[in-house]
Design a protein around this ligand. Structure first.
Ligand SMILES: Cc1cc2nc3c(=O)[nH]c(=O)nc-3n(C[C@H](O)[C@H](O)[C@H](O)COP(=O)(O)O)c2cc1C
Length: 196
């Protein structure tokens, strides 16, 4: 049953509380296909690019991975395999993702199986340079696990989703959408192959 894992997690997260729903309402949930594999994709996003990448990576695995915004604080204990990803602002992933990774470093070290990054890269195609900068020298350092299957994806900007201050900063730039679902699906398939 696709609901079971979420139900388990919600129950775990609210132990000690009477309300199962009111404290833990999240607008987006992704219910995976039934599977005996316990895989989580944990992402951080401001405007949704990394959320979509995470969902598409799961789809590339046949839809069997649970997908969580890091702000949900998923229970790592429940999963055997974890993929970590996030979007870049000013050269870094969000502070929420950094804190989560630092706080769970030891548990993650044994379970992390891959990394992904979504960035604008001034609309230039991403390559080795961005992989080194954002994955090897940034994301991978939090967990201390290197050389895992990883990807950097070109992202997108949707100005109407930005807060006023940030929108004013990039006023002269146009919206763009360089995130490609097919690349995320391919990465999901590659991860699955590497894991099992
Ligand atoms: C304020 C701001 C700062 C950004 N800084 C960077 C950056 O340093 N390097 C980069 O490659 N892209 C940068 N980007 C582009 C984002 O990484 C890209 O738009 C990404 O798709 C956003 O992901 P999200 O939709 O998950 O928030 C920035 C975008 C914004 C709005």
């Amino acid at each position: 049953m696709p609901m079971q894992r979420r139900t388990f997690l919600r129950t775990t997260l609210t132990l000690g509380g009477l309300s199962l729903v009111s404290q833990d309402l999240f607008a987006l949930k992704y219910y995976p296909q039934p599977s005996n594999k316990k895989i989580a994709i944990i992402y951080s996003t401001w405007c949704g690019s990394s959320r979509d990448a995470a969902v598409w990576i799961s789809e590339g695995m046949g839809g069997i991975a649970d997908v969580f915004d890091v702000r949900e604080e998923p229970t790592i204990e429940y999963f055997d395999h974890i993929i970590i990803g996030g979007s870049i602002r000013y050269g870094q992933v969000s502070k929420e993702l950094c804190s989560f990774l630092e706080n769970h470093k030891e548990e993650l070290r044994k379970k992390v199986r891959g990394y992904f990054i979504v960035c604008g890269n001034m609309r230039k195609p991403v390559g080795t340079e961005e992989k080194v900068k954002y994955i090897d020298k940034h994301l991978a350092t939090f967990c201390g696990v290197e050389n895992l299957p990883s990807r950097v994806f070109n992202g997108r900007v949707t100005k109407r989703l930005l807060d006023n201050e940030t929108r004013a900063l990039i006023e002269r730039f146009e919206d763009y959408d360089d995130l490609r679902r097919s690349l995320c699906l391919d990465y999901g398939a590659e991860l699955l192959k590497a894991m099992f």
